[in-house]
Design a binder for this molecule. Structure first.
Ligand SMILES: [Zn+2]
Length: 326
C-alpha cells in the first residue's frame, strides 16, 4: 500500500492492511495489560555525574497564559517561538523538576516542588520521589535555589506539617536577607506580598536552624553554589563535580527553554530584575555552550537535562540521550 499524506492525517494508513506476520492488533489482551487511561510511568530519571547519582523528580506542570508572559517581545513572536517548538500557542505548559543527589546514601535535594500548594496538574512530586525508592524521612539536606513558591512549598504542607523531618535547610544568604526583610515586604507591590508571606509560611517555624550559604562555596560535597542573580536577588545556580563528571544546574536561569534558551534576551514575567537576569543568562548559557557541559534546568521538559548549542542569535537545548545510571 502507499502511504499518502491524506491517509496519515485521517489515521487510516496503517489500519487498512495488517502488517504481514503475527498481527499485534489481534493479540488477546494478557492479564495485567494496562487499560487505556492507566497511570503514566512515574516521573523520575537517574543519571550519573562522576560518582554522584542524580535523580530528576518531576512535579507535574502548570499552564500559564502566553499573553503577557514575555515582557519585552510581541505576542506574535512568542507564539511563533511556541509553534517552532511544537508547543500550544495559547498557554505555556511549565514543568517542575527537582534533583536528588545520592552520595553513598547521603541524600541532598535541590528544591522541593510545589507540595500541596500548586496547580491541580502539579503536586506529583512525592509520588514520584517515593516511586524512585526514596523516603522523605531519610533526606539529609535540602538546598534551595531561590524562594519562589514552586521551589519551596514542597518543604512544608499547607497545614504547616514539615515534610523532611531530619533535613537541614540550606538557603542563599542574599535570598534570605531579601525575602525575610519586613521592610521589603511592606514596600512590595500588592501582587508580590503573597510571595513574601509564602516564604514566611515555609521558613519561619525553623528560622533559627536555617543555614545560609554564600555563592562560590562548596555547600555539600561536590556541589558549589554559583551566583545567578536577576530572576530573584539571591537566585543561585550550581556546579556539581565528581571525578570527570560535571553538571551545571541552572535552576531558573531560564523558564521554558523553547522561549528563553532560544531567545536569551527575552524576559519572563517572573524575572524580578530583567536586565540583570538577561546578563546572567547570556553569560551562563555561553559558558555551557563553550564548555559543552551537561546542564539541568528546573523548568525544562523532563528529564530536564541536556546540552547547550549555539543557534543563530541565541541557543538551543539539545536533549540528552536516555542513558540510565543503572
Ligand atoms: Zn521556578
Amino acid at each position: 500500500m502507499t502511504l499518502t499524506r491524506r491517509a496519515i492525517l485521517a489515521g487510516t494508513a496503517l489500519a487498512v492492511t495488517p502488517i504481514a506476520g503475527p498481527s499485534f492488533a489481534q493479540a488477546p489482551a494478557t492479564p495485567g495489560t494496562a487499560a487505556a487511561g492507566a497511570k503514566q510511568a512515574p516521573g523520575f530519571y537517574r543519571y550519573k555525574v562522576g560518582d554522584i547519582e542524580v535523580t530528576a523528580i518531576n512535579d507535574g506542570f502548570a499552564k500559564r497564559p502566553l499573553e503577557g508572559f514575555v515582557k519585552n517581545a510581541e505576542l506574535s513572536l512568542v507564539q511563533q517561538a511556541m509553534k517552532d517548538a511544537f508547543l500550544p500557542s495559547d498557554a505555556l505548559p511549565i514543568t517542575f523538576n527537582t534533583l536528588v543527589l545520592n552520595q553513598n546514601g547521603r541524600l541532598t535535594l535541590i528544591d522541593t516542588g510545589n507540595g500541596d500548594s500548586g496547580a491541580p496538574t502539579a503536586g506529583t512530586w512525592m509520588a514520584n520521589f517515593r516511586a524512585a525508592g526514596f523516603d522523605p524521612a531519610q533526606v539529609d539536606t535540602v538546598v534551595f535555589s531561590h524562594f519562589h513558591g514552586d521551589h519551596i512549598n514542597g518543604f512544608r504542607l499547607k497545614d504547616g506539617t514539615a515534610v523532611f523531618l531530619k533535613a537541614e535547610a540550606l538557603v542563599p544568604a542574599t535570598e534570605w536577607d531579601f525575602w525575610m526583610d519586613d521592610g521589603k515586604m511592606a514596600q512590595a507591590p500588592e501582587g508580590m506580598k503573597g510571595a513574601f508571606q509564602g516564604v514566611r509560611r515555609v521558613f519561619a517555624p525553623i528560622a533559627k536552624d536555617v543555614k545560609r550559604y554564600e555563592a562560590g562555596k562548596e555547600i555539600v560535597p561536590g556541589l558549589t553554589a554559583v551566583a545567578a542573580p536577576g530572576h530573584t536577588p539571591g537566585h543561585t545556580a550550581y556546579m556539581l563535580s565528581s571525578g570527570n563528571g560535571k553538571l551545571m544546574i541552572m535552576s531558573d536561569l531560564t523558564n521554558h527553554p523553547a522561549l528563553f534558551v532560544r531567545n536569551p534576551d527575552w524576559s519572563a514575567i517572573f524575572d524580578m530584575d530583567a536586565d540583570q537576569a538577561r546578563a546572567t543568562r547570556r553569560r551562563m548559557l555561553d559558558m555551557a555552550a563553550t564548555e559543552r557541559a551537561q546542564v539541568a534546568f528546573y523548568h525544562a521538559p523532563f528529564p530536564a537535562t541536556g546540552f547547550i548549542a549555539r543557534d543563530g542569535t541565541g541557543f538551543a537545548l539539545v536533549p540528552i540521550q536516555w542513558t540510565p545510571a543503572l
